[in-house]
Structures are given as structure tokens and as C-alpha cells.
Design a binder for this molecule. Structure first.
Ligand code: CTP
Ligand SMILES: C[C@](O)(CO)[C@H](O)COP(=O)(O)O
Length: 263
């Protein structure tokens, strides 16, 4: 739902496209199907994740990168047919899949290179729409873009080769990188191309921008935006989604996240 003070045409937010890399195999999950097809509530992971973005101001449409043999995801998302949804073949790595979706945006859809693109893991179904909006507001006017992130909470230890503590790592200013990550289409596509040519392994989009000398903005999100990676993460995500719905209902909050946790 849209927050009461914003309409879908609200002018404070630029137009943007959503890219959902959803072509992974979910090897660490160890299920008999890719994790994006597993049920989170009544719906599958990919449905829940997409639903977190629908109705946000400025959103023009979404491109999903899918595994080449994935015929199920478009069927699962049939109920979103009123929304401009596009599919393209992903690649061998997450960054190959993201780059394929960016090329689809600039090629098949002729989206302007100055447009904002938000890249979000299909495997992060608990992202708060309020945090997405906060990210969009924060990066507006910048060329370097930015990403949701949370400061590390625990004391960090460096292990030696026998798993003994070799040192305590200073954690001041250290963040976990989350998604979405927001960049201008052309700048991100160029940076990812360059990183691939230079043989740099990219685990997120910010790394590509960093590789070409940019300094993306870290925008504080929430730790409940977890990525479903291991089997234990799925029941945890279910609990988080239930808690978010309960708090939303109790506070009559029009938008998930508004009243969940004060800064
Ligand atoms: N070749 C790939 C690999 C990953 N992803 C997507 O990137 C997101 C984050 O990746 P990760 O959690 O590593 O997913 P998997 O690759 O599916 O998991 P694993 O590494 O355990 O196999 C997921 O939404 C996943 O579908 C993708 O689009 N293309
Ligand atoms: C993009 C990402 O979700 C940021 O935390 C992450 O890098 C995805 O890949 P990973 O292989 O699980 O680190």
C-alpha cells in the first residue's frame, strides 16, 4: 500500500525500474527446487518479494532474470499481469544475471541510461517498502547511487588456519551490504562490464561501482531484510513476515516499516 502522504505520481521520487536476479539454483538451501519457488506463506518467495515493490512511487516496471529452463516463475507471477513485468535469461553468476537484465532494459525496452535501477535479490522477501523509499530519496541527485546496509552488531574475530582467534577486527564503520542497491542504468552497466573485463568477482552492484572509483551511499536499512540462503532462513522469514503484518495491522500503518522500529 502507498503511504497516505504519497501518491504513485509523487514528484519527489524519480522514475525507476526494478531488477530482480532470480536465476540462482539455491545450492546452499539444498531443496529439491530453486529457493525462489519455495512457499513462504501462501505464496512463493518470488511472489512475496515482488509484492513488496508493487505500488511504490516512481516504479515503472520490473525485469526478472530467470534460469533458462525456468517456465514456472512467469506462471507464478501471472496475478501481477497488470504490472509491466519482463523476463530475460540470467547467467552463470548473480552478476551475469544482473547484467543481462540491465542489457534488456537498455536494449529491448530502450530505457534511458540516466534512469534509476534498483537491483534486489529475489531471495530477500522481507524488505520493508519504507526502506526502499528511504533509499530512493537518499540517492536522488547523486551519480554514485547507494544501497541499503546495516552496521555489524557483533564483535568480529579473524580466524587463523586452525579456527583460533588471531585478532579482533575493528568494526567501526563496518556494514552488511543488503539489497536493493540503486544506481543509474548506464553507470551501473558500464561499471559491471568493466569489472567483468578486469576479471573482478562481483558479489553485489556496489562492488562494480567501487571498482570504477565511485563511492555509493550506505543507507541504513533493517536487519530483518534477510536473504534466504540456508534452510533455517525460511522459517525465520515466515516469522518476520507475520510480525510485520501484525504490527502493520495493530498500528494501522499504511506502509510496512513505518512504525516497526525507531532508528
Ligand atoms: N546465476 C545466478 C545466481 C544467483 N542469482 C540470484 O541472486 C540472488 C542472490 O543469490 P544467492 O542467494 O547466492 O542465490 P543462489 O545462487 O540461488 O544460491 P546458492 O549460491 O546457494 O546456490 C538470488 O535471488 C538468486 O536467484 C541469479 O539471478 N543468477
Ligand atoms: C547482493 C548480496 O545480497 C549482498 O549481501 C549478496 O552479495 C548476495 O550473494 P552471496 O553469495 O550470498 O554473498
Amino acid at each position: 500500500m502507498i503511504p497516505p502522504h504519497l501518491s504513485p505520481n509523487d514528484s519527489i521520487i524519480d522514475d525507476w525500474w526494478l531488477v530482480l536476479p532470480a536465476a540462482g539454483m539455491g545450492r546452499r538451501m539444498g531443496a529439491d527446487q530453486p529457493k525462489q519457488h519455495l512457499k513462504v506463506d501462501q505464496r512463493t518467495l518470488v511472489e512475496v518479494t515482488l509484492s513488496r515493490f508493487i505500488g511504490l512511487p516512481g516504479l515503472k516496471g520490473a525485469v526478472l532474470a530467470l534460469a533458462p529452463n525456468d517456465e514456472l516463475t512467469p506462471k507464478l507471477l501471472a496475478s501481477f499481469s497488470a504490472f509491466p513485468l519482463h523476463f530475460t535469461a540470467g547467467g552463470a553468476t548473480r552478476s551475469d544475471s544482473v547484467l543481462a537484465a540491465l542489457n534488456y532494459l537498455s536494449g529491448q525496452l530502450a530505457v534511458d541510461w540516466q534512469h534509476w535501477v534498483l537491483v534486489h535479490d529475489a531471495a530477500r522477501p522481507c524488505v520493508r517498502p519504507a526502506d526502499v523509499h528511504k533509499l530512493l530519496e537518499a540517492v536522488r541527485g547523486s551519480n554514485a547511487g547507494g544501497l541499503l546496509a546495516v552496521p555489524v552488531r557483533d564483535t568480529l574475530k579473524q580466524a587463523d588456519e586452525r579456527n583460533r582467534v588471531s585478532m579482533t577486527v575493528p568494526r567501526d564503520g563496518v556494514f552488511h551490504a543488503l539489497t536493493p542497491q540503486a544506481f543509474r542504468l548506464g553507470a551501473l552497466a558500464d561499471a559491471m562490464d568493466r569489472a567483468h573485463q578486469d576479471g573482478v568477482t562481483l558479489t553485489d552492484e556496489s562492488s562494480a561501482m567501487e571498482h570504477v572509483g565511485m563511492k555509493p551511499l550506505l543507507v541504513k536499512g533493517h536487519a530483518d531484510n534477510l536473504k534466504i540462503t540456508h534452510p533455517d532462513d525460511l522459517p525465520l522469514a515466515r516469522l518476520i513476515l507475520q510480525a510485520q503484518s501484525a504490527i502493520q495491522a495493530a498500528t494501522q500503518s499504511a506502509w510496512i516499516g513505518d512504525k516497526l522500529t525507531p532508528e
